[in-house]
Design a protein around this ligand. Structure first.
Ligand SMILES: [Fe+2]
Ligand SMILES: [Fe+2]
Length: 217
């Protein structure tokens, strides 16, 4: 691992911005939503777990099919542990979302334990490896392909979910990254989806800091 990867101060801010959406800000929303679902008991599990499962599944799929194969080519052996964790997490999520769990709260606690370890591992191993082995422009090019893997229906569900499960400072960072990394033709509809998840105060606060977002909405 490079010196820069060990020391956040030395990380290239352009590279960090390019990896942060997937490996920092989606992870924060996943942690927060699962904790919220667990805190809400069986009722919130029944209403909200399937959405969480769909978003987590797509996140893992993007890593397995878009981000990990090129990283594995440049850094052989770097992604195997994360792929194994995806399979374990997927099995537990399938049990829970298929109505086959005999102990929902116990299985949710197990899922949380697996997921928190997994997300931390990716942030500590995969994210620094991405920044070490790729130029910022190469990572942006991968980010720019995310929409190829996501149906409009999925994005319409995911974007409001994302922006309501991160804090105001993170919303600013993610909005700026989206403006930088997503093909311009997608921006108007992405802005609409973000706006639909936020109340008026939250949206105005965000646009105040990222004025370009309003121009596309
Ligand atoms: Fe991840
Ligand atoms: Fe993952």
């Amino acid at each position: 691992m490079s010196e820069a990867a060990d020391n956040p101060v030395l990380v290239d801010p352009e590279k960090y911005a390019a990896v942060a959406d997937n490996f920092v800000y989606v992870h924060r929303a996943l942690r927060r939503d699962l904790a919220r679902i667990i805190g809400g008991g069986d009722e919130l599990f029944a209403s909200d777990f399937l959405r969480f499962a769909r978003i987590l599944e797509k996140h893992s799929e993007l890593e397995d099919t878009l981000f990990f194969p090129p990283l594995e080519e440049r850094a052989p052996g770097s992604t195997g542990a994360s792929v194994d964790q995806h399979r374990q997490i997927e099995a537990l999520v399938t049990t829970l979302s298929g109505g086959n769990s005999t102990d929902i709260q116990g299985d949710l606690a197990k899922l949380q334990e697996l997921l928190l370890t997994h997300l931390d591992d990716e942030e500590q191993q995969i994210m620094p490896a991405m920044m070490k082995h790729f130029e910022a422009a190469e990572i942006w090019a991968l980010d720019g392909r995310i929409m190829e893997f996501c149906s409009p229906e999925f994005m319409q569900e995911m974007m409001p979910w994302w922006f309501t499960h991160i804090d105001a400072a993170d919303r600013v960072c993610v909005a700026q990254n989206i403006l930088a990394g997503v093909p311009p033709e997608f921006l108007p509809v992405l802005s609409q989806w973000i706006a639909s998840g936020l109340d008026e105060t939250q949206w105005n606060e965000l646009v105040g800091q990222v004025p370009a977002l309003a121009a596309t909405a």
